[in-house]
Design a binder for this molecule. Structure first.
Ligand SMILES: Nc1ncnc2c1ncn2[C@@H]1O[C@H](COP(=O)(O)OP(=O)(O)OP(=O)(O)O)[C@@H](O)[C@H]1O
Length: 246
């Protein structure tokens, strides 16, 4: 469980996050939407333990966030250009000192999970398409079996059809692995499609101004996206976004 209690964050004189309380249950998938610069990435970095709160407390399962239990996926896949797919995915295991046969066996499993082929394992990042690089980035995040997966606009640079496909695949992976997911996006439809809850942040200093439950069954696919109920949910989130930005 992720818990934020009265968390604020300032950089120098500028307050970025206003007092925020938030609970995300274990195994929940929530998205965070809000105007540009409202502090979404800062909130994610606080949950990852990459930033410290100016006041208040962030905990994961009642203790301070630790590296081994959270994994991050960014918009830029940030792969090491001289390492193959396999070696990029192996990197977090190396950093955690998990280089025995058992942890290394998780690499082919992660390659399968994200829909890459085994011949892609020997390729360098420059030999892969943008979508494939993002799959490698996702496999690298999942190979350590994190409890919490933090995703900062991972699919924003991809074309819409590929983004929809990856959304469906991500949701299927979450269905199997059930990590706790926090996903930042500017795309309301993507947030509604993926999440069990959409959290809407106000303009800076950011604060959560709406917490919208999304109750569509799994699996979710093209039919859901085309439905009136889906459009109505997107309308609700957009309404809160407009109010929060004002
Ligand atoms: N390390 C830092 N030092 C100083 N200011 C920072 C730092 N990190 C973020 N900020 C400032 O905090 C504010 C919020 O940034 P943040 O990246 O969290 O917003 P965001 O909602 O994720 O934005 P976007 O949607 O545009 O990606 C911005 O004004 C940014 O300049």
């Amino acid at each position: 469980m992720i818990q934020l209690s009265a968390v604020t964050k300032s950089f120098a004189e500028q307050q970025v996050i206003a007092a925020t309380d938030l609970t995300i249950e274990r195994g929940e998938f929530v998205s965070l939407v809000g105007p540009s610069g409202c502090g979404k990435s800062t909130l994610l970095r606080l949950i990852a333990g990459l930033e410290t709160a100016t006041s208040g407390e962030v905990t994961i399962n009642q203790h301070v966030p630790a590296n081994a239990e959270t994994a991050f996926v960014f918009q830029d896949p940030t792969l090491l250009p001289w390492r193959t797919t396999y070696d990029n995915i192996r990197l977090p295991l190396e950093l955690l000192g998990r280089t025995g046969a058992e942890p290394l066996a998780k690499i082919p499993a992660a390659i399968d999970l994200v829909g890459l082929r085994h011949e892609d394992a020997r390729k360098l990042p420059r030999m892969l398409s943008g979508g494939m690089r993002m799959r490698v980035s996702l496999a690298r995040a999942l190979v350590t079996d994190p409890q919490v997966l933090l995703l900062d606009e991972p699919f924003a640079a991809l074309d819409d059809i590929l983004r929809q496909q990856l959304n469906e695949e991500l949701l299927a992976i979450w269905g199997q692995r059930k990590w706790t997911g926090v996903f930042i996006t500017h795309n309301v439809a993507e947030a509604v499609f993926l999440s069990q809850r959409v959290l809407v942040m106000s303009a800076r200093p950011g604060q959560i101004v709406a917490d919208v439950p999304i109750q569509f069954d799994l699996p979710r696919g093209a039919e859901l996206r085309a439905s009136g109920a889906f459009a109505a949910q997107c309308g609700v989130v957009s309404h809160h976004l407009r109010q929060g930005a004002a």
